[in-house]
Design a protein around this ligand. Structure first.
Ligand SMILES: Nc1ncnc2c1ncn2[C@@H]1O[C@H](COP(=O)(O)OP(=O)(O)OP(=O)(O)O)[C@@H](O)[C@H]1O
Length: 256
């Protein structure tokens, strides 16, 4: 049997006590993302999305509950290269070429670059950047930079991928193109993916399920299954069923 490669949160809580009253950023959040699934996380500002992500990446610790990434504690999973992550800001190193930026997690984990040359070339092809291997970030468009960030997040062959609004800064047309690309990459890589987004349309287009969070305290309000067949084509954005699912999520965000 393959090792488990999903995400499992069991009653995860995290509160912050600042100068004012304590804030319950996460209140007993339980979520199971099966291996290979695509989950979108959506919710109002301050509902605990970043806190959840930071805990999943091993950058913060919960006050209570448990979290397992591919069956491991978050810090172990990160150290083993099981976790990949891409943020809204592509955060590329401006002096490193596309190939060198993609290779960065290998350098951090002390893995030999030469042994992974074929992997880097494959990823460059996967994100549609063949021919730009030696370009510097300053020579790329915003969408191309985000594609480099996604390739970089996949270079360790992660079992679990966290995407924090990776297309939030892009315009609507480019965002849709990137959504189509991301669906293809996910279908080819089979990586368990958790996408944090503010876009209802993006969530419905990409996800198997949309987790709608509520704030103060940060909780899961509703989980909406997205039973649309794959691969999903751009014309699905105008389908009646697509709009019905968007409305259901919008309603859940409003607390209905
Ligand atoms: N380090 C911290 N110290 C104090 N309070 C914090 C800290 N980090 C988060 N919080 C509080 O926890 C709550 C959840 O914050 P979090 O950043 O996780 O929300 P979010 O859903 O990611 O919001 P957004 O969509 O605006 O990015 C907020 O009320 C925030 O003020």
């Amino acid at each position: 049997m393959n090792p488990p490669s999903g995400i499992r949160l069991t009653a995860v809580s995290r509160s912050f006590s600042g100068r004012g009253a304590a804030v319950q950023a996460l209140d007993a959040v339980s979520l199971d993302c099966p291996a290979g699934s695509f989950t979108a996380l959506i919710g109002p500002s301050g509902c605990g999305k970043s806190t959840l992500l930071r805990i999943a990446l091993g950058l913060d610790k919960p006050d209570g509950g448990e979290i397992a990434i591919g069956g491991l504690a978050p810090t172990e999973a990160a150290r083993a290269g099981i976790t990949g992550v891409a943020f809204q800001d592509a955060a590329l190193m401006p002096w490193r070429t596309v190939a060198d930026n993609i290779a960065l997690p290998l350098d951090v984990l002390g893995r030999p670059r030469r042994a992974n040359a074929a992997k880097i070339a494959e990823l460059i092809g996967l994100v549609g950047l063949a021919g730009f291997e030696n370009a510097l970030p300053g020579e790329l468009s915003g969408g191309m930079r985000q594609r480099v960030a996604i390739a970089r997040s996949l270079v360790t062959d992660p079992k679990v991928l966290f995407l924090d609004e990776p297309f939030g800064a892009l315009d609507q047309i480019l965002r849709r193109q990137m959504n189509i690309e991301l669906q293809r990459i996910w279908m080819e890589s089979g990586t368990t993916t958790l996408l944090v987004t503010h876009g209802i349309d993006e969530a419905v287009f990409l996800a198997d399920r949309v987790v709608v969070m509520q704030s103060r305290p940060g909780r899961i309000g509703r989980i909406v299954d997205i039973p649309l067949p794959r691969p999903r084509h751009p014309d699905i954005f105008t389908a009646a069923e697509f709009h019905r699912l968007e409305d259901e999520i919008a309603g859940a965000l409003d607390g209905h």
